[in-house]
Design a protein around this ligand. Structure first.
Ligand SMILES: [Zn+2]
Length: 207
């Protein structure tokens, strides 16, 4: 894959994950001073602006201190390490509040588990179930949609969980942050783990 299209974790100013973007977008944000690169070195957070990140990139190359997951973006004038994590400087509260209600985000929130039988499935074997069916006035809102496997979905049909004698593993809730803690484990994203763990524990669960 082109380095510019790879994923970058986006943190707010409190170091909480809020979204995922591309390296290309991250570099633009960095260049326009809308974001800083965040790294974890010896258990400490370090932040870099565009200039200091270029300096670091050059130093690493110069001293042959290239890390295993470093990808370099080479241009005529400089060569810069692809950031893995950035922190945006002005991310207002309105944005933090609204996690987009999408099929993908519901699956992420529910950790790819059917909320009725609690089994884990690949994305394509899950659908989005309206807890109170649409035909019964159920709305398409975070609090009324859950991941559900086809078997459970068929069994539930047009009923409420009560009527179908089924119980939700966990009440549907609106996540505070993008629930991005399910991604293909890869060495490349080791640098995300410090922040993803934090997001995991910060997410509001309402049992
Ligand atoms: Zn199921």
């Amino acid at each position: 894959m082109n380095v510019l299209n790879e994923n970058v974790l986006v943190l707010n100013k409190f170091f909480s994950p809020i979204s995922v973007t591309t390296v290309k977008d991250a570099i633009i944000k960095l260049f326009t001073e809308k974001a800083e690169v965040v790294t974890v070195e010896d258990g400490r957070y370090a932040t870099y602006n565009f200039t200091s990140w270029i300096e670091l990139s050059e130093l690493r190359q110069m001293f042959d201190d290239v890390k295993e997951d470093d990808d370099f973006i080479n241009s005529v004038r400089c060569s810069i390490i692809a950031p893995r994590v950035i922190k945006v400087n002005n991310y207002d509260k309105v944005n933090i509040k609204s996690v987009r209600l999408s099929r993908k985000n519901v699956l992420l929130r529910d950790q790819y588990r059917c909320q009725y039988c609690n089994e884990e499935f690949p994305a394509k074997e899950l659908n989005i179930d309206h807890v109170v069916p649409k035909s019964r006035g159920g709305k398409t809102i975070w609090e009324n949609v859950v991941a559900s496997c086809y078997d459970c979905n068929n069994k539930k049909g047009n009923k409420t969980p009560n009527e179908a004698g089924m119980k939700l593993k966990r009440e549907a809730f609106k996540p505070k942050f993008i629930p991005a803690y399910k991604f293909t484990p890869s060495k490349r994203y080791d640098s995300w783990s410090a922040f993803i763990d934090q997001a995991y524990w910060n997410v509001e669960l309402e049992d």
